[in-house]
Design a protein around this ligand. Structure first.
Ligand code: ASP
Ligand code: MG
Length: 407
């Protein structure tokens, strides 16, 4: 028997009701019978976190972040206790732990805290005692000893951080899809499951709309070299491995096409073209905690230029407000915005060594009459902003053009 330490993270749908929780307990029991040690990390049941946020909204427009965190961490506590009960029924000894009990120490930035330190002593002790530790995801305790949350989708981060701290052999992320796909199967019926992707590719996929894994958890896994295995808790079949790039592997030129309709575009027009202007604009945006994504600055004409960038639609109002303030200070002409945009991206580690990828992408969009409004690239990604209503067409056309359709 191969002894391994496996961290298993179960997302909301995987623990969505009593039957799902029993299925999870069965799988944990099976994994143990195969000779492995198991640490379980759970999300809140189904859409429970959303329900709690709605409840808070109904109660009060004022929601102190400390109290919101206290409220939201209740969801994961329910899951962990129920999973332990189901395990007990199967004769598997287990113990539940809140993030705080699991030694997840964070900063004091409520609702989106960052992990500063891991002290999983109690988790190690439970493992040594032959128990399955079941840890509430998405939460920790701050250096001020307050309960914090790690941001939406944060249970992935909990799982990866525990896997890193415990030097686990693998971190399995159980979800309601069978892995990472070459495109969103709801958009592209011929999308294929990828058996293996590199950390770098997965970071680009997560950052450009791939909804399977939270970006921060992939960054964390890459930094600590934790192999991830994304798989289904409904079929239990092997899914997608996310691992260090293997230099002996022949890399696909394009592995995946992603889409993202969650962003809006802001344009500051008639910006004086002199040093310091862009710096001032993006400093103010950063100071307000606004994450800017793609940025395009036009070549200047008559000492004036336009700067466009994309932000999450949820940050659009704040971004517009900030730009309007800066506009007056720097003497720009106008601030406009557009929330009917979408982004389509192609990602592939093999792109680095294959010329013509950009050309094929642009040709494919042009053949389909899809206008490109913004472009950005990394060494393994090309993204284009197009009209929101053409995003799905663009994804399908690119999936075919790059030979990704399943045979
Ligand atoms: N329950 C939290 C959320 O819905 C954390 C998670 O599921 O990872 O965001
Ligand atoms: Mg989730």
């Amino acid at each position: 028997m191969v002894m391994a330490l496996v961290v298993q993270k179960y997302g909301g749908t995987s623990v969505g009701d009593a039957e799902r929780i029993r299925a999870v307990a069965d799988h944990v029991a099976r994994t143990r019978e195969a000779g492995n040690d198991v640490v379980v990390v759970v999300s809140a049941m189904g859409k429970f976190t959303d329900d709690l946020i709605r409840l808070a909204d109904d109660v009060s427009p004022t929601r102190p972040p400390r109290e919101l965190d206290m409220l939201l961490t209740a969801g994961e506590r329910i899951s962990m206790a129920l999973v332990c009960m189901a395990l007990a029924d199967r004769g598997v000894g287990s113990s539940s732990f809140t993030g705080s009990q699991a030694g997840i120490i964070t900063d004091t930035d409520h609702t989106r805290a960052k992990i500063l330190e891991m002290r999983p002593d109690r988790i190690r002790e439970a493992l040594d005692a032959g128990l399955v530790p079941v840890v509430a995801g998405f939460q920790g305790v701050s250096t001020e000893r307050d309960i914090t949350t790690l941001g939406r989708g944060g249970s992935d981060v909990t799982a990866v951080a525990l896997a890193a701290a415990l030097k686990a052999d693998v971190c399995e992320i159980y979800t309601d899809v069978t892995g990472v796909f070459s495109a969103d199967p709801r958009v592209v019926s011929t999308a294929r499951r990828l058996s293996k992707v590199s950390f770098d590719e997965m970071m680009e996929i997560a950052a450009t709309g791939g909804r399977v894994l939270m970006l921060r958890s992939v960054e964390f896994a890459r930094r600590h070299g934790v192999p991830l295995h994304v798989r289904s808790s409904f079929t239990w079949e092997p899914g997608t491995w996310i691992v260090e790039e293997d230099p002996t592997m022949e890399e696909a030129v394009v592995s995946a096409v992603t889409d993202d309709k969650s962003e809006a575009k802001v344009t500051v027009g008639g910006v004086p073209d002199r040093p310091g202007v862009a710096a001032q604009l993006f400093r103010e945006l950063a100071n307000r905690g606004i994450n800017v994504d793609m940025i395009v600055q036009n070549t200047s004409a008559k000492g004036m230029t336009d700067i466009s960038f994309t932000v999450s639609k949820t940050d659009l109002d704040a971004a517009r407000e900030t730009c309007n303030q800066v506009k007056n200070e720097i003497g720009a002409a106008e601030v406009t915005s557009d929330d009917s945009i979408g982004r389509v991206s192609i990602i592939g580690a093999g792109m680095k060594s294959s010329p013509g990828v950009t050309a094929l992408m642009f040709e494919t969009l042009s053949e389909n009459g899809i206008n490109i409004e913004m472009i950005s690239t990394s060494s393994i990604r090309i993204s284009c902003v197009v009209r929101a209503e053409r995003v799905d067409d663009a994804v399908r056309a690119l999936h075919t053009a790059f030979g990704l359709d399943a045979a």
